[in-house]
Structures are given as structure tokens and as C-alpha cells.
Write a protein that binds this ligand. Structure first.
Ligand SMILES: [Mn+2]
Length: 557
């Protein structure tokens, strides 16, 4: 049976993940279901968790030698999830000639310019470049901004005098294709130190240019220059470059030798790869820029994000286990495709765009549902996975004693006992006694908060925590501290009542320590052992027994 939609989903990473504040069932079902998927040939499936495991879960994983699932605190899609890496970049010293080739070869419109550490320092857009370059102005016709190094490289030239300096100079280009007299009167009025003269096999022009002390003389066609002239050039400070190109080509190449630094726009939009796609969307929307440069944590360039990045499919999807309501799901789940739900709670799931696998059953634990899937498909779980499933069921049903336990839970437990050779009662006791009680939580307040849920009776907001114990000795030792913790929680959360169920899994009795609503004593209907403390024989389930009872009696007040 193929339970996963084929096609595009196949190469996505799929995380099987339980609810926030995960309990054992939530983490056990995620691991076991991810394993089932792998056994069915889905290699990209991985178990995850939306929070740190509680002490009981930690104990079980350690006992079975299983790894803690991947901790996903937040699954909001990030810039890195949709970014195309290895962007085309250029250094600011690159001549325009090569830059245009990059634009052409990669069919791009925006080119980021990076420094030697690969960090972006600006952008060049093809549109702005063509505007700046092609629209003629009075100075544009002659003006050439270039360095001697860039010029010589573009001309494939050789320095006969002078050297490859890096400074960008603003030069005026003249072609010496006329008699010497006309040439000299042409360049009259220009500062010789800004003159770039190109000529071929014309000693008279060469001589005139050097006598005038022009900045650069380019001799085209590879023609030789007399040694005596070169000596004069050296004395005059004129750089002489020999190029194999003809004069027309050389003039064109000189214009394209302008380094990119002359065109870089230092204002650009930047975003970290770890930032949310939503942030990227807002940047693209409000900046008016067609592209945003994405940078790695170290500041180096990661890629270019454009509007099409926002349409790129997210490379991962979720399978929710042990919950179906987004309010309980890992933050960001609403922005990610959910492809399956495996659960045993009331439905509160949002609508989906696609048909999905949705399995929910009113059984004692999600692990019961997952184990059923193994059995139905004739796939025997690996021993420690079977033991993990067993642990999940025993944890959620308090060793099959909770009123939430169903016949199907018992049946699956019997099957898992066969597979693992474990006795459920012994294993259950081990699980609960190893980590039950208060010491595992650190402080009394943490013990109360670890599994604290809020409820509303008419307009009365109240909260109930639950701790499972083996015997009440430790509870009585900590009772006053726990009461202080309940007082603080009641204040902090603005509750009318804050209570703690301390459930002894052997005697199947809960003690209920409570702060607030003192008149409760008249209506509670259970033995009051002392002020603020009630004994509730046979009460183990908060959701099926305690909360319905409190809703009833608080409503009657
Ligand atoms: Mn559960």
C-alpha cells in the first residue's frame, strides 16, 4: 500500500513531528512512524520533536538505546530553503568587457559585486548599466574611465614604457589618424595628463603625442616604436602600450576596459539566509528592487532572492502525530505542507488543499494507532521500536489504568509484548518509577508547570497540572512548596483557581492540591484531607475525570 502521494513530495524532506511540550506518546509515535515510513521505502522521512523531551521520555529513549529526534523549534520557511546557491558574482576590478560577457552567458539582469572575502559590496543592474553607458553626453564621447592595468589587459597589450597601475583615471580618447598639425590642434586645450592617444604606424603623431606629454599612447597593429621615442616617452612620463588590435578595435576595447567599480551601486537590499520568507516578501514588496542579496551568517554572499524565490516549493513537509490542531503544532506549521495526520484527539484541524492521509481513532494513545499500522501492513517493528511503541501506550494510558484505555490498546499491548518479550506491567512500573515524582523536574514550580493546562468554566479561568507518582511520600514532603508554586502560578496566569493532580499509579488515587476558590470545599464532593487538599479515589485522568468534574462544580458555584 502506498500511503504517500507520489511525485514532487518524494524528494522533499519529511518530518514526523508531535505537539509542543511533547510527552512520551508524542515522541514515541513520531520515531516509530518515521521508522515505518523508512521500511516502506521513504528514505527522506525523519522523526522530529517540537520541544525538549520530558524526563520520562528521556529515560525511555536512553533505556532503549534510541536517539533523540531532531529538535525543530520552528519550521517557518527560511530564505535558505528556496535560495539558488552559487550565484554569479564579479569583483569590482573586473572590466566592463568581462562583465557584459557574464550578463550574456548567464542570462542575468542583476550582478552582485563582491569583495575579496566574497561579501557583497554592491550591485550592477544591466538596465542601469546600459542607461549609463549608451546614453551619450558631451563628455561621454571621449571620456574613458579606466586604469592602466585594465586598459592593457583589454587591449592584450604590452607596456613599452610605464606600468600597470590600478588607479582609475578619467581620460580623453583621441585617435591620431590625421596629419600631425591637425592632430596637435585637436588636442589643444586638454590637460595632457588626461590624454589617451591611439595611433598606428605614424611616427609623426607618436612624436607629437610624446612631446606634448600625453598620459598614454597606444600603438595599434603591433607596430614597433623607435627606441629613441621610447626614451623620450620615459622622460616625459608617457606610458606607451603596444596592442595587436587595429585602432578601431582598440578604441572600442578601451571603452570596455572601465572597471566595474565605476558602475557599482552601493545601495542594495540584503537579507540573511536564516530570515523568514515572509521577511523576504516584505523586502521585495517595499524596496521596489527586483532582487535582494542573501548573505550567509559570516556575511559572504549566498545567492540572489527574487520574486520567483517566493514561488519556489518549500523543500520539506510535515506529518503530524499525536495532535491535529495547528495551535498545538510546532510554530510555522501553518506555512508548511502537512501530508499526513496520525492522532487520537478531538479534531480541530484546518482545511487542506490536497487530499491527505488522516488517521484518528478514539484510542488511548497515538502509539496504538501507529502499532496498528505496522500490524495491518504485516511489517514487524524492530524490537526496540516495538518497545518504544509499548512505552508510548503505557505512558499515555498510565499502564492501561486510565479510563481512556480501550480494547484496542489492550490488544496492541498484547501484540507488542509478544514482539518484545516484555511484560507490560513490569515495563510500565519501570517507566513510571524511574522518572515519576518531583525530583526529575528540578523545582516544585517546574513540576507544576511541566504538564499544566488551562480551562474555562463559564467565566472562571482555571488551570490544572498533573504529576504521576509512585506513593505520596515525596508529595507530602514538598506540599508547602508546591502550594507556594500554585499561588505564584495563579497570580501570574490570572487564574481563579490553580490546582495540581498528584496521581499515584498504583493505588489509582489522585490527591488534588488547590489554591483559590475556597468555597470549592462545599461542592467538591470528595474527601477534604486538610484545607487545600482533596483525595480523589479512582481518579486518574485529567481530561476524562478531573476537568469535567471541575467544570461541573465550578459552574455550580
Ligand atoms: Mn497521546
Amino acid at each position: 500500500m502506498n500511503f504517500m502521494p507520489s511525485g514532487v513530495i518524494m524528494h522533499k524532506h519529511i518530518y514526523v513531528i508531535g505537539h509542543r511540550n511533547p510527552d512520551t506518546d508524542s515522541i514515541a509515535s513520531a520515531i516509530a512512524y518515521a521508522e515505518l515510513k523508512k521500511k516502506q521505502g521513504y528514505g527522506t522521512v525523519r522523526a522530529a520533536m517540537a520541544g525538549e523531551p520530558n524526563p520520562q521520555t528521556r529515560y525511555i529513549l536512553q533505556r532503549l538505546g534510541l536517539e533523540t529526534p531532531l529538535f525543530l523549534a520552528d519550521v517557518h520557511p527560511r530564505v535558505r530553503d528556496v535560495l539558488k546557491r552559487q550565484p554569479v558574482t564579479a569583483a569590482s576590478s573586473m572590466p566592463l568587457k568581462e562583465v557584459l560577457e557574464l550578463f550574456h552567458r548567464h542570462t542575468i539582469r542583476v550582478l552582485p559585486v563582491v569583495d575579496s572575502a566574497n561579501a557583497p559590496i554592491g550591485v550592477v543592474s544591466l538596465l542601469k548599466l546600459s542607461e549609463k553607458y549608451l546614453v551619450a553626453g558631451t563628455d561621454r564621447k571621449r571620456g574613458v574611465d579606466t586604469s592602466q592595468r585594465s586598459l592593457a589587459e583589454c587591449l592584450e597589450g604590452t607596456f613599452l614604457t610605464g606600468e600597470a597601475t590600478e588607479d582609475v583615471e578619467h581620460l580623453h580618447l583621441f585617435i591620431g589618424a590625421m596629419v600631425e598639425g591637425s592632430f596637435s590642434s585637436r588636442i589643444e586645450g586638454y590637460d595632457p595628463s588626461t590624454l589617451l592617444v591611439m595611433t598606428g604606424d605614424r611616427p609623426s603623431i607618436q612624436t607629437a603625442a610624446i612631446q606634448k606629454g600625453v598620459r598614454i599612447l597606444v600603438v595599434s597593429g603591433g607596430f614597433p616604436v623607435a627606441d629613441s621615442l621610447l626614451a623620450k616617452a620615459r622622460a616625459a612620463g608617457t606610458t606607451v602600450i603596444s596592442t595587436p588590435h587595429d585602432t578601431a578595435t582598440a578604441a572600442w576595447l578601451a571603452r570596455l576596459s572601465t572597471p566595474l567599480s565605476c558602475f557599482v551601486d552601493p545601495r542594495f537590499e540584503k537579507i540573511g539566509v536564516g530570515e523568514s520568507l515572509e521577511h523576504l516578501r516584505l523586502k521585495l514588496l517595499h524596496s521596489g528592487e527586483p532582487a535582494v542579496i542573501a548573505v550567509e551568517e559570516d556575511g559572504s554572499i549566498a545567492g540572489i532572492a527574487t520574486k520567483s524565490s517566493l514561488l519556489t516549493p518549500i523543500p520539506y513537509a510535515l506529518i503530524l502525530v499525536d495532535h491535529n490542531e495547528l495551535a498545538q503544532a510546532v510554530p510555522g506549521a501553518e506555512s508548511v505542507e502537512i501530508i499526513e495526520v496520525i492522532d487520537h484527539h478531538k479534531l480541530g484541524n484546518p482545511p487542506t488543499n490536497q487530499p491527505i492521509t488522516f488517521m484518528a481513532a478514539p484510542v488511548g494513545s497515538t502509539c496504538t494507532v501507529v502499532a496498528t499500522l505496522y500490524r495491518e501492513r504485516g511489517i514487524e517493528p524492530e524490537q526496540r521500536i516495538a518497545a518504544l511503541l509499548l512505552a508510548g501506550i503505557l505512558s499515555d494510558t498510565v499502564i492501561l489504568k486510565s479510563p481512556t484505555t480501550t480494547g484496542r490498546d489492550r490488544e496492541i499491548v498484547a501484540w507488542l509484548e509478544d514482539v518484545t518479550g516484555l511484560d507490560h506491567a513490569t515495563f510500565g512500573r519501570e517507566i513510571f518509577s524511574s522518572c515519576s515524582g518531583f525530583s526529575a523536574y528540578g523545582t516544585p514550580e517546574k513540576a507544576v508547570r511541566a504538564d499544566f493546562k488551562q480551562f474555562n468554566a463559564a467565566d472562571t479561568l482555571f488551570g490544572v497540572g498533573q504529576v504521576e507518582v509512585v506513593g505520596f511520600d515525596e508529595f507530602y514532603e514538598l506540599k508547602e512548596e508546591l502550594r507556594e508554586a500554585l499561588k505564584r502560578i495563579k497570580e501570574q496566569d490570572r487564574l481563579a483557581l490553580a490546582g495540581l493532580m498528584v496521581t499515584d499509579i498504583y493505588t489509582e488515587t489522585s490527591l488534588f492540591l488547590v489554591e483559590g476558590k475556597n468555597e470549592l470545599a462545599h461542592v467538591m464532593g470528595y474527601t477534604q484531607l486538610e484545607p487545600h487538599l482533596y483525595e480523589l479515589k479512582g481518579v486518574m485522568s485529567r481530561k476524562k475525570q478531573m476537568v469535567p468534574h471541575l467544570l461541573k462544580v465550578l459552574g455550580a458555584l
